[in-house]
Design a protein around this ligand. Structure first.
Ligand code: SME
Length: 205
């Protein structure tokens, strides 16, 4: 099957069937690949394209999903190979941040501060609290970061890496934005949490 066909969505699916369909398509697409960059790129494309093809809910003009992507904890990104050191300078403590990772949609903010006490926004809260955030009205959410003024609602799932015999680690978040208020519901929370688990377990971090 050509890779692009993974985003084909049959008509007449209920929301539960729709999320199960995406889960199965994504599982097949990620098989045999462990790079988080590659897998997050294909995951954001598959989810975004499938949502836009799911016409009664997300594909219709003013109800459309307008952004789908990932933010990942900054230490997981490659570090500069050569660091210029000023001999007279003390090293400065750096802020903890999430960096923009693969996504589909318009350009978005590159980094999100997740330093406890300084963090703000939906992604930072989902990451620090390891909890999915369903936001029916972004303007009513304290500290919401507006990357696109057209976004009206949002859902953010933490990417939780569960390790046997060790503490869980949150490696990033999966973020979806919608042009309509109340664009996402509890079915989407459930469906997307399963997708987030699938993606985390398909990658080496
Ligand atoms: N709204 C998010 C920022 C990311 S963008 O929506 C893509 C937040 O409040 O954290």
């Amino acid at each position: 099957m050509p890779h692009a066909d993974a985003a084909y969505v049959p008509s007449g699916l209920s929301k539960q069937q729709f999320w199960q369909h995406i889960y199965e398509q994504l599982a097949a697409l990620l098989e045999g690949q462990r790079s988080w960059v590659t897998n997050l790129a294909n995951a954001s494309s598959l989810i975004y394209s499938s949502l836009l093809a799911y016409t009664p809910h997300f594909g219709d003009g003013e109800r459309a999903v307008n952004w789908c992507g990932f933010y990942v904890d900054s230490p997981l990104f490659p570090t500069p190979r050569y660091v210029q050191v000023d001999p007279g300078q003390q090293p400065q403590p750096t802020a903890r941040k999430l960096l923009l990772a693969p996504f589909c949609g318009k350009p978005a903010c590159q980094l999100i501060n997740v330093t406890p006490g300084k963090a703000r926004g939906v992604c930072a809260d989902a990451f620090l609290q390891a909890q999915t955030k369903l936001v029916p009205d972004v303007e009513a959410y304290p500290g919401h970061i507006a990357c696109d003024g057209q976004t009206k609602s949002e859902i953010v799932c933490p990417l939780i890496l569960r390790r046997q015999g060790e503490n869980n680690v949150v490696v990033g978040v999966l973020d979806l934005d919608c042009l309509a208020p109340g664009g996402f519901d509890e079915h989407d929370v459930k469906g997307l949490n399963r997708i987030a688990d699938l993606v985390v377990n398909a990658c080496d971090w």
